[in-house]
Design a protein around this ligand. Structure first.
Ligand SMILES: [Fe+2]
Length: 387
């Protein structure tokens, strides 16, 4: 039997309000001015039962989220099968981009994860038995349906790799600052090098017995009007070298393409940043870009929310254009008392809302498959096998 005793079941209660947060950071009080923590919603027993029944029904009817019929019906199914309170919360969240909106929503205990039938965490994502996680995929897909998006795959990430990705620490990547590594993963926009990166991402923790904190950094936590670097971050001068990416060799030819960090609405901009790669030694930023990024990172560090320690069944919904994400360091498969435990296992899913923009770099026969590798540049794909 898998020991889930160390599964955290609550979000750390520390420093949720702005004054508390400023105090706990010991930061310059002027650094933080907007919302500093995601909204946390406790899912009720009734809602959880409702969701579990829906997962069973949809698994039976459609078999897999790859079913074209399921994806065609997804918006309607979300309205039909999600508890009304959660559906309404998500409907509000999809349009929440203003000054007081954070860009992340945590649904605590969205579902019960049957740890025994899930079995041991695979050694790496390539070895996961996807059959076991199908009900969890249906539930997560409904969330994206409620957000008004369509599930998407990106060649840039795992060469597509399906509409949901298992995220698991891989011993061979231990030293890398990537999702599969063990060192601290600093906040980043998912696929920050793409013009058409995912609009929404979900993370569903199947287990996190090592108690690895999730990091969130919302661009709305900073009062940008006060910042000297704000105007510079809007200039298209920031390069992303792709040093840590699996497909680096294929994309390296475009690594000198430069983009802005802030873009879109003048008052409430979108964020596109990856401190890991953009501040790496190989980034070769101009002095102006480097200095602005360093100053921005310093403020972002102070504003990063680190109090969230997710447990199995918790789900984070993220607006990928407002809120960057990362996680604390992890010693995979070992708890704080040096006991062996099951490794962390997370399920990631991505969707796009702006389909017409997404089609610019999509595969002609698979409209929800992005061929983009860097700043609008695409790879040539002769044929791909998709359901
Ligand atoms: Fe990520």
């Amino acid at each position: 039997m898998i020991d889930a005793r160390l599964e955290p079941d609550v979000v750390s209660q520390e420093a949720h309000t702005l004054p508390e947060r400023k105090q706990s950071l010991g930061a310059d009080p002027d650094v933080l001015s907007g919302p500093t923590a995601p909204e946390v919603v406790q899912v009720t027993d009734d809602e959880r039962d409702h969701i579990a029944r829906a997962a069973g029904l949809l698994s039976q009817r459609y078999g897999s989220i790859d079913s074209p019929e399921f994806r065609r019906m997804l918006p309607a199914l979300a309205g039909q099968h999600l508890p009304q309170r959660l559906y309404m919360l998500l409907a509000d969240f999809r349009d929440a981009f203003q000054r007081t909106d954070y860009g992340a929503l945590i649904l605590k205990k969205m579902l019960n994860v049957d740890q025994d039938s899930l079995g041991p965490t695979p050694a790496r994502w390539q070895e996961a038995e996807l059959e076991k996680i199908k009900p969890y995929e249906f539930i997560t897909a409904l969330i994206h349906g409620a957000l008004g998006g369509t599930l998407a795959q990106f060649y840039y990430q795992r060469k597509g790799g399906g509409f949901s990705h298992c995220v698991i620490q891989d011993p061979a990547m231990k030293e890398t600052e990537t999702g599969a590594g063990e060192v601290e993963l600093r906040p980043h926009t998912e696929s920050a090098n793409l013009h058409h990166s995912p609009d929404f991402i979900t993370f569903l923790w199947l287990r996190n017995i090592e108690r690895v904190p999730c990091y969130l950094f919302s661009i709305r936590s900073l009062d940008l009007a006060e910042k000297r670097y704000e105007k510079i971050l809007r200039e298209p001068i920031f390069k992303k070298p792709l040093v840590a990416d699996n497909l680096a060799s294929e994309a390296q030819q475009w690594a000198d393409q430069a983009v802005p960090v802030l873009y879109g609405n003048p008052l409430h901009p979108w964020l596109r940043v990856d401190f890991i790669e953009q501040l790496s030694s190989g980034a070769d930023q101009s002095q102006r870009a480097q200095q602005a990024l360093e100053a921005f990172e310093q403020d972002a560090r102070a504003a990063t929310y680190t109090a969230l320690v997710p447990g199995g069944g918790d789900l984070c919904v993220l607006n990928n254009k407002m809120c960057a994400h990362g996680r604390g360091p992890v010693q995979a498969g070992v708890d704080s008392n040096a006991n062996a435990v099951e490794k962390r296992w997370m399920l990631r899913m991505m969707s796009v809302v702006d389909r017409f923009a997404f089609y610019e770099t999509a595969h002609s026969r698979h409209p929800y498959f992005s061929k983009e590798m860097h700043t609008g540049k695409t790879v040539e794909l002769q044929e791909i096998t998709l359901p």
